[in-house]
Design a protein around this ligand. Structure first.
Ligand code: ZN
Length: 166
């Protein structure tokens, strides 16, 4: 994704108030982010364990989304697969995150949900060398495909939150 300034990042949020967007914690180490290796930016709120934030690049610019993790999914020990990176080889905590939709739909209580890595490690996961069963495959092509898949799934979720159906 392309790099964002803190101000662009705050302005990208679609499902919270302006004042909430002004006050939300910026991603830790934002100045060190290697944007070229990120399909989206995601981080947790250090004060609110159930709160997460993602910024997803779309054709209409970056879309920032406030997420809330379900308590049940945070407590669960059963492994789930992340719906975005679909990583099954390096199991980590995957939470069920829900997002209030943008605009009137969200004010009416409409939400959309998705299973995503609890620490938003998807971009790392898709860049890992594929496991041994991929021997004989074009490893770079496998990684490229996983990167493209992650970007597409994150974008689809963002479109759902914004309410654009494509
Ligand atoms: Zn993931």
């Amino acid at each position: 994704m392309e790099s964002l300034t803190p101000q662009q990042l705050r302005e990208s949020f679609v499902n919270c108030s302006r004042s909430e967007a002004e006050e939300l914690p910026l991603p830790p180490g934002m100045h060190e982010v290697d944007w070229s290796r990120r399909e989206y930016l995601g981080w947790r709120d250090p004060r609110l364990p159930q709160r997460g934030y993602v910024v997803v690049p779309t054709d209409d610019g970056p879309v920032g989304i406030v997420l809330r993790a379900s308590e049940a999914s945070m407590r669960s020990t059963a492994p789930s697969m992340c719906g975005w990176c679909q990583d099954v080889h390096h199991p980590r905590d995957v939470y069920f995150w829900s997002a209030r939709r943008a605009g009137q739909a969200g004010r009416n209580g409409d939400t959309v949900g998705t299973l995503v890595c609890g620490g938003f490690e998807c971009s790392e996961n898709v860049r890992r060398t594929p496991p041994p069963q991929f021997v004989g495959f074009d490893v770079d092509a496998v990684v490229e495909e996983r990167i493209a898949g992650l970007a597409a799934r994150a974008r689809r979720f963002a479109a759902n939150v914004v309410g654009v159906h494509n």
